[in-house]
Design a protein. Sequence first.
Lengths: 131, 64
Amino acid sequence: MLTLTADQKAAMVITAAFMGSAAIILHIAAIAFDLADFLRGLSIGLALVSLAILLIGKLRDEYLDGLWKQGASAAFATTVVLFLVRPFIIEGAFTGIDGARLVEAYAALVAPAAILAFFVGFYGARLRNPA
Amino acid sequence: MKNRLKVLRAMRNWSQAELAVHLDVSRQAVNAIETGKHDPSLPLAFKLARLFEMPIEEIFDDQS
């Protein structure tokens, strides 16, 4: 059975984070530019797999746990902000057919935006301590 | 939190990677602790104390 060192596990998690951040950017682009459905499905699937690897990895190493916490804080803050500004962006700014599209796009983008914020927080913490 | 980890590691001629193997953590975790960017958990602090055969207070300094 293959046994990985803590360093190898950390490297695998960092690679998964890179994959996840690329995937969520692709997912947001797929929504914003109305790209093929399979791209949306593939990208969000990759992002969720990446988050699962990060969640498991953070349980095994303190450094990764710290990065996870920074990412989770950023994701939570983003979710709260998007919840609070929703009335001002959607209901206060647009009407008619554009308003309907905006509501749909906003609803579809909240979760990916939170996941993107997670990776921004994750990499922000990593850049502050380039170990 | 300030610490003497780098000095203690150098006294034994260990690289960060070698210390990480002794502690069963990643090299990144060792680096984060040495640079004061991350405070170790209590179990890890005790591991360090046992590894270097000295009290935790002689490795870490929370006063400065």
